[in-house]
Design a binder for this molecule. Structure first.
Ligand code: T46
Length: 145
């Protein structure tokens, strides 16, 4: 898994009545204050979404119903995670390119986000994203030397 991503397992409260999962901000499960929640559903199986990175935003993605594949790319390497189960969350930090695909029928992806919606936080051009990643790494290296 990339350094800026993590697959998190949530505690399930399960009894004969079913399953309950509770998520709180600034906790082990969600390591930021939750400022926004949105969900994605009714995605055709041949449809791919995302194709961007965020400069600052942190998110936890939970596929509460069905499953979805998520490609994450930090500019140097890529991983693909099949996200399913209401007790699994994928943390994605800033500067990670993501694409979501292979939504199963009825899949519902819930996203907890650290900030309000801000179109200016999106990097939708892969080459620009890559340039910024490489530039930041060079700056860090210079600071260390
Ligand atoms: C991400 C992945 C996982 C809003 O008005 N408010 C919102 O909070 C969001 C998230 C979107 N929008 C609008 C912007 C577009 O006009 O909803 C429309 C669809 O959004 P978008 O094309 O960005 O959706 P995805 O599935 O490509 O990406 C979304 C998030 O935008 C993104 O932050 O990380 O899900």
């Amino acid at each position: 898994m990339l350094r800026s991503c993590e697959l998190i397992t949530f505690a399930k409260k399960q009894d004969e009545r079913g399953v309950l999962v509770a998520l709180e901000g600034e906790s082990h499960e969600v390591p930021f204050s939750i400022e926004r929640v949105y969900y994605i559903s009714s995605v055709p199986s041949n449809c791919r979404r995302g194709f961007h990175a965020h400069k600052d935003l942190e998110q936890v993605l939970v596929c509460v119903c069905g499953s979805v594949s998520i490609l994450v790319d930090d500019g140097y390497s890529q991983d693909t995670i099949v996200l399913s189960g209401c007790d699994k969350g994928l943390y994605i930090g800033p500067m990670v390119w993501r694409e979501m695909f292979s939504f199963t029928e009825g899949a519902a992806l819930v996203v907890l986000a650290s900030k309000h919606y801000d179109a200016a936080d999106y990097l939708s051009d892969y080459n620009e994203f890559k340039r910024l990643v490489v530039g930041a790494a060079a700056e860090e290296k210079e600071e260390r030397e």
